[in-house]
Design a protein around this ligand. Structure first.
Ligand code: SF4
Ligand code: SF4
Length: 374
């Protein structure tokens, strides 16, 4: 495992961090809880493989993510970096912050959290966070030793990232950055230059890049052995980036990702230049940029927009039309795994309100329907 300094006052962190949001669950729907045996096994194996950064959040895994993460890291708590997040809308009055931080500490069964984030900041909820003194209370919690570093995760346009960082209280940022979405690149460098740590989520674009497979490798004319390796080489090769987070749900997936990171030596300047020059073409092809975060999974008709967008992008970008059409045709009211068909959309717009990428979901779903009806 490779390690890198995380910001000017941060620890050395493994270049791959374990995102504890997709650990195995038992039970169905909202009642599902972490599978302790499997979750702990993944976390302990990650530590054995050299991962020392474990990230979760208040809401992950039906609110069970902090408990399972704490349970997993228990034997080596002081040797690893624990990261969690609280969304500003969980703080409706100033006292909510400390109450929820104390609940989090109890769930982790720890006395401190190394990196505590304002979760999924954008201009709107940053304004709310300040209104309810979340930033001031985070500083107090830091003074009390309950938090070691104040951070934020980010979903908005790059200018807003700069504005938030200017508050001067943050040690690091967690943001989107990958081969097909480099919109944050310039601001990430500025953030790193001011001594903050930069951590990346979605290094393989929510699986989109991995699904590109051989076709993507050909497109980039790269020496990487696989599309995920190419994606990680690109992300970790960017000087501003300390580590990439990946949500892993099995030991096999974990071992594979660690092996990829171990192989993924930093890209050479020539390869990086080549990747950049190919990027304009990719961006044009992927104008529907869905990360698969599923924040939009609030549909009264049980439509899962990300599954539709994945089919669409796979077909359009990499020419996987037949395979994607088959998957698209399986959407329907009986499909428990991928949900209902876009045919059932009533254009209520509830989903779009939750989309960090600001996708006009009903309109794009209509486009997807037309595309697969041809
Ligand atoms: S706009 Fe369509 S997909 Fe979105 S929540 Fe409403 S019915 Fe569901
Ligand atoms: S449409 Fe938006 S909210 Fe839904 S999965 Fe994609 S990026 Fe996430």
């Amino acid at each position: 495992m490779q390690y890198k300094q995380f910001g000017k006052d941060g620890p050395m962190v493994s270049r791959l961090g374990l995102g504890c949001m997709r650990l195995p669950m038992v039970g169905e729907g909202k009642e599902a809880r972490a599978d302790d045996e499997k979750g702990v096994a993944i976390i302990r194996r990650a530590y054995e493989l050299g991962i020392n950064f474990f990230d979760t959040a208040w809401g992950y895994m039906n609110r069970d993510g902090q408990r399972i993460t704490g349970l997993g890291i228990k034997p080596f708590r002081d040797k690893v970096v624990l990261s969690s997040k609280l969304p500003p809308d969980e703080v409706q009055e100033p006292a909510d912050f400390m109450r929820k931080l104390e609940m989090s500490l109890r769930e982790f069964d720890t006395e401190y959290i190394d990196y505590y984030h304002m979760h999924a900041l954008n201009a709107k909820n940053w304004s709310h966070a300040k209104k309810v003194d979340m930033h001031k209370n985070m500083l107090k919690a830091k003074e009390q030793g309950l938090i070691r570093h104040i951070s934020f995760s980010f979903h908005d346009v790059p200018e807003v990232m700069t504005e938030i960082a200017d508050e001067g209280i943050f040690s690091s940022v967690l943001c989107q950055y990958n081969l097909i979405d480099q919109s944050n690149e310039a601001v990430m460098q500025k953030i790193a230059d001011r001594g903050m740590g930069v951590m990346v989520m979605g290094p393989v674009g929510g699986g989109t890049i991995a699904d590109g497979g051989e076709a993507l490798l050909r497109l980039y004319d790269t020496s990487a052995a696989s599309a995920p390796e190419l994606a990680l080489r690109f992300v970790l090769g960017y000087d501003a980036v300390s580590l990439a987070l990946s949500g892993m749900s099995s030991i096999e997936m974990l071992e594979e990702n660690v092996a990829i990171v171990e192989r993924a030596a930093s890209v050479t300047p020539e390869e990086r230049e080549l990747l950049h020059s190919t990027n304009d073409k990719l961006r044009e092809l992927s104008d529907l940029y869905c990360t698969g975060c599923n924040y939009c999974a609030v549909c009264p008709q049980d439509i899962r927009p990300s599954a539709h967008f994945k089919c669409y992008n796979n077909a359009k970008i990499w020419g996987l039309y037949e395979n994607s059409k088959k998957r698209y045709d399986r959407f329907g009211p009986e499909n428990r795994f991928s949900g209902n068909s876009a045919d059932a959309c009533i254009a209520c717009g509830a989903c779009s309100e939750h989309c960090p990428q600001k996708i006009d979901i009903p309109t794009r779903l209509q486009e997807v329907r037309e595309y697969f009806s041809r």
